[in-house]
Design a protein around this ligand. Structure first.
Ligand code: KIV
Length: 273
């Protein structure tokens, strides 16, 4: 037997235990090479259904399928060994019943090897979250702005701007905590409300367009890299500006191919004499 204990990935329980210890770091990941680069730096990677817009050019996350989430979940698992990996359940794959949610979540866990799923919803999804967490499926909740509801809410504006909205987000977070989620994403919610919820719930809150007081932060990786430039919400910060660098590289490649200066002798195979 080896004397070296294998280093294990962070688990949902480790993420939960970080509340009050230090800020939790998360980004989305969809591919193996990006997962490899992220793995040393994040506590958990989210294979978010934002991939529908970021990678596939869809208008919203509504068209994302379970098969897409599984393929990208597998890719991210292959590229990581340290971070906890959480995969989003896409629209229509869990809202119908708690049994449907269990079937989809179990399939995602089995086929990707990830440790947890994320699903959007507050009070209306609490019974489902309870059903999953009682049956071995760790759940990351998601309250506030819920992109999968775009067709009924009609837009991506930030929430918590009137008493009714504040009360709903508060109740949603409390219900999802009570149901057994190991952490809760708070998206697109005004700062004081996200701050107050963070102080009230015992599980970590992960903010995106929420508050620096949240127990952790998540962003979409293509936003962080400045690759996704279709639109830039207020809460996005480009930590790099790769889009112009990529355009420049593509233009140089095209020019060199046209000029026959690429491939050069160092890129071609010659016969040995
Ligand atoms: O799909 C996604 O990327 C998300 C965000 C919370 C980052 O759900």
């Amino acid at each position: 037997m080896s004397v070296h204990a294998a280093k294990r990935r962070l688990a949902p329980a480790d993420i939960k235990a970080l509340k009050g210890e230090r800020p939790i770091v998360s980004l989305t990941a969809y591919t193996t090479p990006v997962a490899k680069l992220l793995d040393p730096h994040v506590d958990f990677m989210l294979v978010g259904d934002s991939l529908g817009m970021v990678l596939y050019g869809l208008d919203s996350t509504v068209g994302v399928t379970v098969e897409m989430m599984i393929a990208h979940g597998q890719a991210v698992m292959r590229g990581s060994s340290n971070a906890c990996v959480v995969v989003d359940l896409p629209f229509g794959s869990y809202q119908q019943s708690k049994e449907q949610a269990f079937e989809t979540a179990a399939r995602v866990l089995k086929e990707t090897g990830c440790s947890a799923v994320k699903l959007e919803g507050g009070g209306e999804m609490a019974e489902t979250v309870h059903f999953l967490t009682q049956r071995g499926i760790p759940v990351l909740g998601h309250v506030g702005l819920m992109p999968q509801l775009i067709n009924t809410t009609g837009g991506y504006r930030s929430l918590g701007r009137n008493d009714k909205e504040v009360e709903k987000i508060r109740k949603d977070a409390a219900a999802i905590e009570e149901a057994g989620a190991f952490a809760i994403v708070i998206e697109g919610t005004v700062e004081p409300v996200a701050r107050e919820i963070t102080a009230q719930v015992k599980v970590p809150t992960i903010g995106i367009g929420a508050s620096p007081a949240c127990d952790g932060q998540v962003l979409v990786v293509d936003d962080v890299l400045g690759i996704f430039t279709d639109f830039k919400p207020r809460f996005v910060k480009h930590f790099a500006n790769l889009a112009p660098l990529m355009s420049e590289a593509f233009a140089t490649y095209a020019a060199e191919v046209k000029a026959r200066s690429f491939p050069g002798p160092e890129h071609t195979f010659q016969l040995k004499r």
